[in-house]
Design a protein around this ligand. Sequence first.
Ligand SMILES: Nc1ncnc2c1ncn2[C@@H]1O[C@H](COP(=O)(O)OP(=O)(O)OP(=O)(O)O)[C@@H](O)[C@H]1O
Ligand SMILES: N[C@@H](CCO)C(=O)O
Length: 326
Amino acid sequence: MGDGQEIDGRARPRGDRFRLAVPCSTSNLGPGFDQLGLCLSLFLHVEVGPRPAGQPQVVAHSSPSGPSSSGPEPSPDWPEPGRDLLLRAFERSAGPRAQEAQLIVDSEIPIGRGLGSTGAAVAAGLLLGRAWCGELEPDRRGLLNAGIELEGHPDNVTASLFGGCTVCVPIAGEPAPLIQVDVHPDLGFAAAWPREPLATARARAVLPDRVPFADAVENARRVPLLLEGLRTGNPALLRHGTSDLLHEPYRLGLLPGASRALDAARQAGAFAANISGAGSALVAIGPPARRDEIARAMADELRAATGWAAGRPLDVVRAAPVVERT
Ligand SMILES: Nc1ncnc2c1ncn2[C@@H]1O[C@H](COP(=O)(O)OP(=O)(O)OP(=O)(O)O)[C@@H](O)[C@H]1O
Ligand SMILES: N[C@@H](CCO)C(=O)O
């Protein structure tokens, strides 16, 4: 075996390093609540290599409000090791060998804005943990249930593990069923977010225990329109398919300027505009040529209400993230 270590029956030379770029994701898109995730082009970059003696397990260079302001200094805002879902997923996937590794993180994904920073972290940790144990192309379906359990919801982590647009509805005691949804190439995406995060837990606490029967029926009827709108790029299907009665009306009150920003996106040409995940980001779908204007329109309204906002045109990321040996 020379200088190498035996890992799950395979040889990993000492000093091996692996890297991975995992996309962020928007979720819900209105009625796809807790099931639909769609990967967009802000990335969590993680490299794993041998941990130098006395060094921490995770060194993060990133800004919590993103996009990345990476620099030589570790970010004081990255979650501490005991709470870090990236580390937790890596440890779960790599087992005791996780102690030998150091994760170097640089993220473009703002944390706590509804753009799936935790889903991306969990997907990265699970994939890199397997790579660290010699398995560069693990069975992703085999990782999915662990990812959902670690993240708490299926939407973002499924999208970040598989790429593209996914629908996942966990069934107790069974492998989580996964549907991969086509997204028409002529759809453009834009997101905007304020400086203030909105914790998913807080955004769920305002949801009612009971909703009118008619609202529940209406939401369920919209989901096929949404999926067909994404597949065909049909503006009317997207407009009707993204209207929601179960969570957005309750959450908008937590997000200063959001209602106006969603209206501004539509006026700038968006077919659809929604809260991204649990917020505080907003996401819009429209013609690719209008992405910049839509992003600017949303950010301007959020900025007017809160003092600071970022707006970005984004691409759909269709490919699943793949670990590379460096
Ligand atoms: N590796 C990690 N990356 C990002 N957030 C993490 C990580 N580990 C723990 N957290 C914690 O998770 C919380 C953010 O989760 P939350 O679900 O609110 O945001 P999000 O994943 O960005 O949005 P959403 O799930 O709505 O798309 C923060 O309190 C953050 O400290
Ligand atoms: N779908 C979740 C957020 C992401 O897991 C929610 O809207 O509360």
